[in-house]
Design a protein around this ligand. Structure first.
Ligand code: GTP
Ligand code: MG
Length: 219
């Protein structure tokens, strides 16, 4: 462990983050851009799952390690997603804004995710929608952004971003947005655990942690 700005120990977090969505939407490209500052036009479909690690110096005394799980689009038709999703604390669902069919599949990915993984306290994992390839001409569906806002609220996305792996647009921003929620959830669950420990010791049955559980994560 390193030393923080004030000379104290740095806090380190390791978080498993999923990147899912239809074939060819740009999941691997987004991760390559984010982790290796690299982009290629060449398409090579991911088989099964790939991994990447991104280390963020979050603030003076916090290091965040993101273990990114790059899941092949074709896995939606397989039965491995339950295994891949295990213990994830956040997710991106990616669609290609030049192909409406990839947007139509977003709901299926979100349902699959919520069915197969939850946070330790039972809430859905925070999930951000990425409308990728925004460097390209859009296919109708992106002309009305308030419609996407409504869609996200209805489906339980915490937010959405137009991104481009090619031009490096909004990828850092989207990640920062998701990690903020992951850190908040982590903190809430830890303080919840501490409150429960205290309840056990004092036999306090005030229901304090039940109230904090109802706060929810979604905007
Ligand atoms: P699977 O592994 O099959 O699920 O696909 P994927 O989602 O990982 O897609 P991948 O990153 O391999 O990208 C598919 C194709 O889209 C590649 O040819 C990329 O070069 C291209 N692509 C990805 N992101 C962008 C982008 O932001 N803009 C443009 N113009 N092309 C992109
Ligand atoms: Mg891929």
């Amino acid at each position: 462990m390193g030393k923080g700005a004030a000379g104290g120990e740095k806090k380190e977090h390791l978080y498993k983050i999923l990147v899912i969505g239809e074939l060819g939407t740009g999941k691997t490209s987004i991760i390559k851009r984010y982790v290796h500052q690299f982009f290629s036009q060449h398409y090579r479909a991911t088989i099964g799952v790939d991994f990447a690690l991104k280390v963020l110096n979050w603030d003076a005394d916090t290091i965040v390690r993101l273990q990114l799980w790059d899941i092949a689009g074709q896995e939606r038709f397989g039965n491995m997603t339950r295994v891949y999703y295990k213990e994830a604390v956040g997710a991106f669902i990616v669609f290609d804004l030049t192909r409406a069919s990839t947007f139509d599949a977003v709901t299926k990915w979100k349902n699959d995710l919520d069915l197969k993984v939850q946070l330790p306290d039972g809430r859905p994992v925070p999930c951000v929608l990425l409308a990728n390839k925004c460097d390209q001409p859009k296919e109708g569906l992106m002309n009305n952004t308030s419609q996407i806002d409504d869609f996200c609220k209805e489906k339980g996305f915490t937010g959405w971003f137009e991104t481009s792996a090619k031009e490096n647009i909004n990828i850092d921003e989207a990640s920062r947005f998701l990690v903020t929620q992951v850190l908040e959830n982590d903190k809430a669950m830890k303080s919840d655990d501490a409150a429960k420990d205290k309840d056990v010791r004092t036999l306090d049955d005030s229901g304090a942690h039940e109230r904090s559980e109802k706060k929810g994560c979604c905007s």
